[in-house]
Design a protein around this ligand. Structure first.
Ligand SMILES: N[C@@H](CCC[C@H](N)C(=O)O)C(=O)O
Length: 262
């Protein structure tokens, strides 16, 4: 069987996308998905997504991490699948779709490469020592640091992700350096088990945790620089709940092709 795939990236977080509206591909095959995401023996990606039909929404996003296992929400993946759905003419400029964490609204630029994605509301932010722990659709550990450009994010992120508190469920680990007018963020991603160039639910978690840290209530707009580009997070914080959270940034088509499945 030949699989027709599309490759997209959002700030360097890269994904394989498959139009599975006819349900022709059975994606519950972890080894095949992991092989497709492999950067040396496959297409190469941080994750793979299937766009499917579902009742009451424009489409459903079914997301797997690069290890081939089903995952929680992927923010940059969500932005990329919106760009893919526009390419497939599923909607014009606004869409409502279903993901593993529920309903998402998104808006796309006319050129089809800049996506504002509404994320789930967030209430609970826990503390673990000097770090914040929260779920923005996926679980995140957020820690402030200095000299982030020189940090060994792979080793330190991996150690936290595999520590006693987080080993069984796993967690994504985000390090932040505050530059005043923007935050610089680097993320070790669960399921990729490596540092990625960007993580959408991760930068969302960072923006919310920093608003709590600085007690910034009201309308917030946080600019974030990641290894693969720039992202923006808008939200409202009333001192308890974060709502109207939007993750905004580039979502770009890279290439498409066919791959043989054995
Ligand atoms: N890249 C993502 C997060 C994908 C899920 C994550 N690897 C996990 O297992 O929690 C994003 O952009 O949010």
């Amino acid at each position: 069987m030949k699989l027709h795939f599309f490759k997209y990236q959002g700030a360097g977080n890269d994904f394989i996308l498959v139009d599975n509206r006819q349900n022709t591909f059975n994606h519950q095959q972890p080894q095949i998905l992991a092989d497709l995401c492999d950067r040396r023996f496959g297409i190469g990606a941080d994750g793979i997504m299937f766009l499917q039909n579902t009742e009451g929404f424009d489409f459903e996003m079914v997301y797997y991490n690069a290890d081939g296992k089903p995952s929680s929400m992927c923010g940059n993946g969500g932005r990329c699948i919106v760009a893919f759905a526009k390419h497939l003419n599923i909607f014009k400029d606004e869409t409502n779709f279903l993901a593993v964490d529920g309903w998402h609204y998104a808006k796309i630029s006319e050129a089809g490469d800049w996506v504002s994605l509404q994320m789930i509301d967030v209430k609970d932010i826990d503390e673990d020592g000097d770090a914040y722990v929260l779920n923005t659709g996926s679980p995140h550990y957020v820690q402030c640091t200095t000299n982030l450009a020189d940090k060994d994010v792979f080793s330190e992120g991996k150690a936290i992700r595999n520590s006693d508190n987080y080993r069984s469920e796993g967690i994504n680990v985000n390090f932040i350096e505050d530059f005043g007018d923007h935050l610089f963020v680097r993320t070790y991603e669960r399921g990729v088990e490596n540092e990625t160039y960007a993580c959408g639910t991760g930068v969302t978690a960072v923006a919310l945790a920093m608003a709590k840290h600085k007690n910034h209530t009201g309308e917030n707009n946080t600019r974030i620089k990641v290894l693969g580009g720039n992202l923006n997070i808008r939200f409202n914080y009333d001192g308890k709940v974060f709502n109207n959270i939007f993750l905004e940034g580039p979502a770009k088509f890279v290439f498409e092709g066919y791959v043989n499945l054995i």
